[in-house]
Design a protein around this ligand. Structure first.
Ligand SMILES: C[S@@+](CC[C@H](N)C(=O)[O-])C[C@H]1O[C@@H](n2cnc3c(N)ncnc32)[C@H](O)[C@@H]1O
Length: 269
C-alpha cells in the first residue's frame, strides 16, 4: 500500500515538520492560492492538514474536500480543523488513484507535496482530472531537491541530501519532480499550463526563514531519513552527521541557502 511507501513516515515529528513547512512557506507558495467564491475544491493528499488550514482560511467562501490515504493523518487533521473553528472543510480517507467521487465534481483541485511520493503521478493526475469539471484548474505544488544550493558549500551535505533522493526513488517517488510539472501536465492534456518557480532564498537577514525553512523544514526532513539511509548502506554515519552539521552551518550569520519550489496550473478542456 502507498502509505507504507511514504518516505518521510507518519511520526509526530514529521507532522510538526509539515506544519512548520506550511506556515513558513505560506507567502511564497500560497500568495495566489485563491479560488472563486462558492467553488468546491478537492485537496488531494492533505496529510495532517497543514496546507488545509491555510487554504480554507484564505478562501472562506469556498468549500474544500480534503483527502488522504492515511486514516491517522485524517483523524489528526479533523481534530486540528475543528479546534480552529474552520467550517468550510470536509476531511475523508481516500486514495488519489481511486477517488470516491463522480466525474466532474470539483471546480478546482489542489495537490501539494504529494506527486513527488507517487509511483505513477500521471495516473494520479488523470484521476484528479476525471473528478474536475470542464474549465476547472488543477494546481500542483512540488519541490525539487536538485534546486538546492548553499554557502558554505559541502560535499557531505550533498551526500546527505542525495540519500533522501535515493530513498524516495526506491519507494517509487521522485524528489526532483518540480522540474517535471510542465511535461506531466502536458502528458495528461491539461491546457493553459503555466509553471511558476518559487525560490526560497535565505540568509541571516531573513531570520524567520533561517529557522522555519533551513532548520525546521529542509534540514529536519533530511535528518529524519538518516537512520534508514545508514541502515541501507547509502551513506556512512560520519558522512551523514557531517552533512547535517554542514546544513545547519548554512543557517549561521554568514550562511546562505536556496531551494526552489514549482507551482503548476493547468486547465481541463
Ligand atoms: C509530504 S505529505 C504532504 C501533506 C500535505 N499536502 C502537506 O503539504 O502538508 C504527502 C501526503 O501524501 C499522502 N499520500 C500518499 N499517497 C497517497 C495516495 N495514493 N492517496 C492519497 N494520499 C496519498 C500521504 O499519506 C501524505 O499524507
Amino acid at each position: 500500500m502507498e502509505s507504507t511507501k511514504y518516505v518521510h513516515g507518519y511520526s509526530e515529528r514529521e507532522a510538526l515538520r509539515l506544519n512548520d513547512q506550511a506556515a513558513t512557506l505560506d507567502d511564497i507558495i500560497h500568495n495566489d492560492s485563491r479560488f472563486s467564491k462558492e467553488s468546491l475544491v478537492l485537496e488531494a493528499g492533505c496529510g495532517v492538514g497543514a496546507q488545509t488550514k491555510i487554504l480554507a482560511t484564505k478562501n472562506p467562501d469556498s468549500n474544500f474536500i480534503s483527502v488522504d490515504l492515511s486514516d491517522d493523518s485524517i483523524r489528526e487533521a479533523k481534530g486540528m480543523i475543528k479546534s480552529l473553528g474552520i467550517n468550510n472543510v470536509e476531511l475523508m480517507q481516500a486514495d488519489i488513484y481511486n477517488l470516491p467521487f463522480n466525474d466532474e465534481t470539483f471546480d478546482s483541485v489542489i495537490i501539494c507535496f504529494v506527486l513527488e511520493h507517487l509511483h505513477n503521478p500521471t495516473q494520479a493526475l488523470n484521476e484528479l482530472k476525471r473528478v474536475l469539471k470542464k474549465g476547472g484548474t488543477i494546481v500542483a505544488i512540488e519541490g525539487d531537491h536538485g534546486s538546492t544550493f548553499f554557502h558554505p558549500d559541502s560535499k557531505y551535505a550533498y551526500s546527505a541530501i542525495n540519500c533522501q533522493i535515493q530513498l524516495q526513488k526506491q519507494n517509487g517517488g521522485n524528489s526532483n519532480i518540480g522540474r517535471e510539472l510542465y511535461p506531466l501536465f502536458k502528458s495528461v492534456e491539461l491546457t493553459d499550463i503555466s509553471v511558476s518557480p518559487r525560490m526560497v532564498y535565505v540568509d541571516a537577514s531573513r531570520p524567520q526563514l533561517v529557522e522555519g525553512f533551513i532548520k525546521n523544514t529542509f534540514t529536519a526532513m533530511i535528518e529524519g531519513i538518516g537512520e534508514k539511509a545508514i541502515k541501507q548502506g547509502l551513506v556512512d554515519n560520519s558522512t551523514f552527521e557531517k552533512g547535517i552539521k554542514d546544513l545547519y552551518r548554512t543557517a549561521e550569520s554568514d550562511g546562505v541557502f536556496s531551494y526552489t519550489f514549482f507551482k503548476g496550473f493547468g486547465t481541463k478542456n
